[in-house]
Design a protein around this ligand. Structure first.
Ligand code: ATP
Length: 225
């Protein structure tokens, strides 16, 4: 997976597109990525959501979904024709060969769609790329700045349980299955502490927005014309 992703920046350079300044937003499950992205969006910042793109490339009618059905059989579809993502996750979890096959199919498509989505925002001073698996997939070099949400394990669990109506055991398993927050924080250029209320979060986003505008401006000034 990581081998293929290494070529992603080259793809961007080769495309000859003018790229806006890219701020990658990452954080653990229920850390507040969607909430933070919505606050940036309210300030007019374009949002590119990696999860949305990953779903788009396997939507009904796509060649990728047809390939997946040919490979795994019709059983991989839900009754409504959508990909059964949890079944697929199960299938590739313990099978390196299948996981590699799927990565080879999907990663170039995801890269292509992400590049297109980013290039389409070339008039924006900067954009927010919401990428939960930034560190797991070793994509840090693709962003100009990395913003990580930090939240205490207690608060993360409490918000996850409340939002998804699940019990503490399942919530703990979900949190533990992810990269540790320490690893994510070690890659951060900026950190949002999401331990206060929404007004506190909005104030942090507002400050960061002005900071990123300034960073993007000076990066643009350094670019050769
Ligand atoms: P996922 O990893 O599952 O995509 P996420 O990182 O996008 O989750 P959110 O859905 O934004 O996280 O937030 C998780 C829950 O916590 C939501 O119910 C959200 O409303 C709530 N929440 C986030 N930040 C705050 C806050 N500062 N105050 C109160 N509630 C919050």
């Amino acid at each position: 997976m990581n081998n293929m992703l290494q070529y992603w920046p080259l793809l961007l350079v080769d495309s000859g597109c003018v790229m806006p300044y890219i701020v990658a937003l990452s954080g653990g499950i229920a850390s507040g990525k969607t909430t933070v992205a919505n606050l940036f969006a309210q300030l007019g910042v374009p949002i590119i959501d990696a999860d949305v793109i990953a779903r788009q490339v396997v939507a009904p009618g796509t060649l990728a979904l047809a390939e997946i059905v040919r490979h795994f059989s019709q059983e991989i579809l839900l009754a409504n024709g959508q990909l059964d993502r949890s079944q697929l996750r199960e299938l590739i979890f313990h099978n390196d060969h299948e996981r590699l096959w799927l990565n080879h199919l999907l990663h170039p498509l995801i890269q292509q769609e992400t590049t297109k989505a980013i290039a389409a925002q070339h008039n924006a001073p900067y954009l927010l790329w919401v990428i939960p698996l930034l560190v797991e997939n070793n994509l840090m070099h693709f962003a100009n700045s990395i913003l990580v949400i930090d939240v205490s394990p207690e608060q993360q669990l409490e918000r996850l349980i409340l939002r998804d109506h699940i019990d503490a055991d399942l919530a703990t398993k979900m949190v533990l299955s992810q990269t540790s927050n320490q690893k994510r924080l070690a890659c951060a250029d900026q950190i949002i502490k999401n331990e206060g209320d929404l007004a506190d979060l909005a104030a942090q986003v507002d400050r960061l927005h002005h900071y990123y505008l300034a960073l993007a401006r000076s990066a643009a000034e350094r670019e050769p014309q």
